[in-house]
Design a protein around this ligand. Sequence first.
Ligand code: ADE
Ligand code: ZN
Length: 357
Amino acid sequence: MLTESEPPGLDAIPRERLPALLRTMPKAELHIHIEGSLEPELIFKLAARNGVALPYASVEALRAAYAFSDLQSFLDIYYAGAGVLRTEQDFFDLAWAYLERAAADNVVHAEIFFDPQTHTERGVPISTVILGLAHACRRAHAEWGLSAKLILCFLRHLSEDAALATLDAALPWHEHFIGVGLDSSERGHPPEKFASVFARARVLGLHAVAHAGEEGPPAYIESALDVLKVERIDHGVRCVESAELVARLARERMPLTVCPLSNIKLRVFDSLSEHSLPALLAAGLCATVNSDDPAYFGGYVNDNFVQTFAALPALGAREAYQLARNSFEASFAGVAEKARWIAALDAHFERQASSGG
Ligand code: ADE
Ligand code: ZN
């Protein structure tokens, strides 16, 4: 049984102890694109292994190209980077590298996006993608008890027919993913373009999420809810432009998977100190903190937490607890697992509150 109360003594935890508290608290990560965790070092290693020529002379030169003006300028370089992924071993290595970083950040549960169309369009079989990623997820659970699940995303700049064909092609490996998502270029590609494929996924018993309200308007959040019937909104930060929508998201306790460093790198906000996360929490929304594409945006989930809290004085120990708790509540894990993680979270904060330093 989950209780609504928070552990006592949160106000007594001083600000200088926040970075350690944020790093050590158990958490779930719900918005991470596995292709966005492909570090430049691994791009070079896989390019050499697969005989792929890169248009950059060094890791440093590639990293220097990571200066983005908006979502599309990032996506162009992100899809190019994924071109080095060819074999099942490559997909295993990619996911394993992320899961090692996640475990180090005290992530106990991860729901990981992958973009099969980015690979099948290059001739990589969908089985290669799914089996490599799923192998790493299984091993992380066996070795560290880290629970890792996959969510298959459709690229919204492509057609709905292409999304339907992708879902069909993935069905023989159905047991390896828990849901479907919608990502890539948001503007001009509203959620309702994908009504049929999401309806089909729901009939198949898959969970549904969608990116909405990152660069797109609040109306895209509404159609993701009303037409696609998603269970979480990825990003969703532009909801603050509609008071009615904010009230609805709070009333329905609809989770938002917020990615602060991504929002700065893609110029959704000018700086972390202007981020709307405190307003979302104050409005009672089930917001969570995530890394999105950590290899491209300068940090994994703990970097997102620590840098965002450092920039925003309104965020303290109470908000840290709420965000971690929201991450478990918003996950697609079972009731018993959620209760176990929340009990561990409560115990962690109780120890911190009583230790005094
Ligand atoms: N694919 C990877 N990262 C993304 C983002 N932030 N928005 C939309 N599509 C993405
Ligand atoms: Zn994303």
